[in-house]
Design a protein around this ligand. Structure first.
Ligand code: SF4
Length: 325
């Protein structure tokens, strides 16, 4: 029996910079540390442009990291050759926000799901692959009659089910779910999240679930990491983040979640004000200082580091760490 606390993936000081012009660098991911346990979900949350999708892609080496380590099942995969990485690809999969943009619109549903098996020669015969594709359609709740439908004939929820079936085709252990429900109606979002949770229970999958919406990850995540301008600024078990958010940015994100209220005096939504620090060669100090209502002059002098402030609760803020916030 596997240890429920077994780590499947650990990221150490991971950086991904992009060259901008001749000398400047955009710090998309900047010194991120995190771990994901086997059979669990890490929710990664932050505004658009905070580097969360780049983090997910770098974790799978779809983008080459600038520096840092990615330890998957005990092996640092940043050191693996392209050939060895290719062999590992089947275990590490991704589900995209809009599967329509990543699938061939001229292929039928079963051909799309079968494609990874064809490329990887997973089964000796086409009949066996077809059988597995039909099984996967059943697993993700796609009716058998849709086997020869084309993606444009299906709604967003069914298209996302194809994306999930395709990601499962090679029996992965770890899946990056990159905003998989952001483009869907709220009722369909719940169906897809429930499907992902059922698959996790049945197949023991581990997820990194990326979203800009904290309320979406509340139920699916065991742990949540909040990102701001390429850095993880708070990380804690999901219930703890919602009950006791510590970083000023996390508090603002939570305050911005709309709450159902039929009263005409319903509280207006909080808006996170202030100018966002430029991620190109960012200056030293806390990157949230320009928008933080608690900022002190010292916040812009020294980089805060992600530090455990209570058991399993990590925060990157000088004031939280010295007990004044
Ligand atoms: Fe705000 Fe300072 Fe904490 Fe940054 S370090 S979040 S500026 S209080």
């Amino acid at each position: 029996m596997s240890d429920i606390n077994e780590t499947i993936i650990e990221v150490r000081d991971l950086c991904k910079y992009f060259n901008v012009g001749r000398r400047s660098k955009l710090h998309a991911v900047d010194g991120v540390n995190l771990t994901i346990k086997k059979g669990q979900t890490l929710g990664v949350v932050g505004e658009s442009g905070c580097g969360k999708s780049t983090l997910g892609r770098t974790l799978l080496r779809l983008l080459e990291p600038t520096s840092g380590e990615i330890i998957y099942k005990g092996t640092d995969i940043t050191k693996l050759s392209k050939q060895k990485m290719r062999a590992l690809r089947s275990e590490l999969q991704i589900i995209f926000q809009d599967p329509y943009s990543s699938i061939n619109p001229h292929m039928t549903v079963e051909d799309i799901i079968m494609r990874p098996m064809v490329v990887n020669h997973t089964y000796p015969t086409r009949a066996k692959m077809l059988e597995r594709a039909r099984e996967l359609m059943d697993t993700v709740g796609l009716a058998e009659r849709l086997h020869d439908a084309y993606p444009h004939e299906l709604d967003g929820g069914r298209r996302q089910r194809i994306g999930i079936a395709r990601a499962l085709a090679l029996n992965p252990s770890f899946i990056v779910c990159d905003e998989p429900v952001s483009a869907l109606d709220v009722s369909i979002q719940a169906q897809i999240i429930n499907l992902l949770m059922d698959l996790q229970d049945d197949l023991g999958l581990s997820y990194m679930f990326i979203t800009h919406d904290l309320s979406v990850v509340k139920h699916i995540s065991h742990e949540i990491a909040v990102m701001y301008l390429g850095q993880c600024i708070e990380r804690a078990p999901s219930a703890e983040i919602f009950k006791n958010p510590r970083h000023p940015y996390t508090r603002m994100l939570l305050a911005a979640i709309p709450k159902p209220n039929l009263s005409s005096r319903a509280k207006k939504l909080e808006v996170i004000r202030g100018e966002v620090t430029n991620p190109i060669d960012p200056p030293p100090g806390c990157r949230f200082a320009a928008r933080c209502p608690f900022a002190q002059p010292s916040c812009s002098e020294k980089d805060p580091t992600l530090t455990e402030v209570t058991p399993e609760h990590f925060v990157s803020c000088h004031l939280v760490q010295n007990g004044t916030l």
